[in-house]
Design a protein around this ligand. Structure first.
Ligand SMILES: *Cc1c(COP(=O)(O)O)cnc(C)c1O
Length: 397
């Protein structure tokens, strides 16, 4: 997955062009910038690649989620449905705007279970926020149907699955808004960065203003701009955008490598009867950023994961015990350990997670191992790795 593995001349050239102008800010300074607008260019390139009308670049994927929610008018006390298996940014962004994270089970897609989502809807629900974890997607068709039936927004977190598709559409473009991260370890990186994509002009205008202190961005005198509503600063710098501009041009090259390496690993494991693979919803194609597979039970998954590590097969994750990605370790959320007081709605409405039953998520995540698919491996590396993985699995089940 990490695009940094293949940094080259393109990235250097883009960054140098920004340094040559000395303008590191994405807005204003029109006279000094010698025609360089890296953030703007990257937004155009991203919108084109993702087949949408609009893209808004931000300084992180977490910012992208926050800005997407804010741009769609989500606020204090609104409920946002999110999965038990995701990165902490999901609930961070929801809490940041005073909304309430409602955790919901995942199924054998390792993403939101549409049945569980349906059961979690209340009169306060405003958004369903699936997370396309580890290179593959939620059942967007089923979730969109639920959204249309109940008048809810669909906001896709495609941070770990850029380049995957559903029904021929790029992930992130299917819902009302889609979010990407370009942090240092993602498939394409800006160092730090993120983006919101949408076909709704209103959300784009809101995102552009909200992420820059509410500036209306009318005319060419920044000091004279008015503030139609309250905003914040989630801006990306031109230096970060420059790196991303080089990287997005290489996205398809990266995806081809991911797919090739993934296929070699998968084929090596496919003949082991105890191994099965994560379900990809009908109509979907993965980004191949990870190979995700199930072992028969929790005990064998733990054992195999340990053995893979011992044999030097790096970058394989057992999320069930992971500090970041699974609800079992989110005590700071479930106990609301914040520095200062949070909005009252959050105290009043946050479910008592100690009483909720996520055994359906445990059933799947407890037996899952996910292995990162790297870009920098040589063909020999991948074949050796595939061989080693198959041997370790067979010896430990
Ligand atoms: C990386 C990631 C984010 C957050 O991105 P940052 O740019 O690191 O803030 C959000 N969601 C998922 C699923 C991610 O993997």
């Amino acid at each position: 997955m990490p695009g940094f593995e293949l940094f080259g001349e393109q990235e250097k050239k883009q960054v140098q062009e920004v340094l040559d102008t000395g303008v590191l800010m994405r807005y204003g300074f029109d006279g000094m910038r010698k025609g360089q607008w890296k953030a703007l260019e990257l937004e155009k390139a991203l919108a084109k690649r993702m087949q949408v009308e609009h893209a808004q670049l931000l300084n992180s994927g977490t910012s992208a989620l926050t800005v997407a929610l804010a741009s769609a008018g989500v606020g204090a006390g609104d409920e946002v449905i999110m999965p038990t298996f995701t990165f902490v940014a999901s609930f961070e962004s929801i809490l940041a705007i005073g909304a309430v994270p409602i955790l919901v089970d995942v199924d054998d897609t390792l993403t939101l279970s549409p049945d569980a989502v349906e059961r979690a809807i209340t009169e306060r629900t405003k958004v369903i926020m699936p997370v396309h974890m580890c290179g593959s997607m939620a059942d967007l068709k089923a979730l969109k149907f639920i959204c249309d039936t109940h008048g809810l927004l669909l906001i896709e977190d495609a941070c770990q699955a850029i380049g995957g598709t559903f029904e021929g559409k790029p992930l992130g473009s299917y819902g009302d808004l889609g979010c990407f991260s370009f942090d240092y370890v993602k498939t394409i990186t800006c160092g730090e960065g993120g983006a919101v994509i949408t076909n709704h002009e209103k959300y784009k205008i809101n995102a552009d203003r909200f992420s820059d202190h509410g500036h209306d961005h009318m005319g060419s005198d920044r000091g004279a701009e008015t503030h139609p509503f309250l905003g914040y600063n989630y801006r990306i710098s031109e230096l970060n955008a420059a790196v991303g501009l080089a990287q997005i041009e290489r996205l398809d090259e990266f995806l081809t490598i991911q797919r090739k390496n993934y296929t070699i690993l998968r084929e090596a494991l496919a003949s082991i009867p105890e191994v099965s693979f994560r379900r990809v919803p009908a109509g979907g194609e993965e980004s191949y950023a990870f190979l995700n597979f199930f072992l028969p039970d929790e005990a064998s998954a733990k054992k195999v994961h340990q053995a893979l590590g011992n044999r030097g097969v790096d970058a394989c994750f057992y999320w069930y015990d992971n500090n970041w990605h699974y609800y079992r370790k989110w005590e700071h959320l479930t106990n609301l350990k914040s520095l200062g007081k949070l909005p009252q709605e959050i105290y009043d409405q946050l479910p008592d997670y100690s009483k909720l039953d996520f055994s359906k998520s445990d059933h799947w995540v407890g037996r899952t191992i996910s292995c990162l698919v790297k870009l920098g491996w040589s063909e020999t590396d991948v074949h050796e790795r595939a061989h080693k993985m198959a041997a370790v699995i067979k010896a430990n089940i």
